[in-house]
Design a protein around this ligand. Sequence first.
Ligand code: AMP
Length: 190
Amino acid sequence: MINIVLFGKPGAGKGTQAEFLKGKYNLVHLSTGDIFRFNIKNDTELGRLAQTFMDKGDLVPDAVTIQMLQSEVDRNPQAAGFLFDGFPRTLAQAEALDAFLSSKNEEITATVALEADDNILVARLLERGKTSGRPDDQDEEKIRNRYDEYNQKTAPLMHYYSAQNKFYAVDGIGSIEEVTERLSAVLDQL
Ligand code: AMP
């Protein structure tokens, strides 16, 4: 199995790139943000809980997120590999993911971060907010809070995966095709 984690601040292009990569490498794409939004749309208990955090740009608590992710992995027993998008976002999530995969004799193959300057990303998100309908894309304060969450809780994971020789970074600025090529160059040499 190939199991890839896609890192990047909100707006860095994780979702867009995941759409290409999942087909190219035959991976099941799991976006925790998308799964939460699906639950909100369907007014599930999980959705109502997640919404209170997401609307403010805060992370949803680890216990809820980890359990949800694990059940999504378990729902795909035939998968040739996973593309994790937006998970893990905290050290507790990364450790839980390692333990969970290792219980299945699997592991994370590599993690790749899409890097981009904050100011470019804020502008991109505000633009996306005009059409995405996402409340967390429409307010600069919420967007900045999502970056604070990323810097405080998610950025340290780069050290966690670097220590395992599993961390790669690519420049996220450029055309969609250019960025896909940079990501493919990393994944092809794994
Ligand atoms: P995203 O679509 O990845 O930008 O995620 C949107 C929002 O969903 C985030 O701002 C969080 O509130 C929540 N979320 C998504 N993934 C996670 C995660 N792994 N841990 C905690 N909260 C998450």
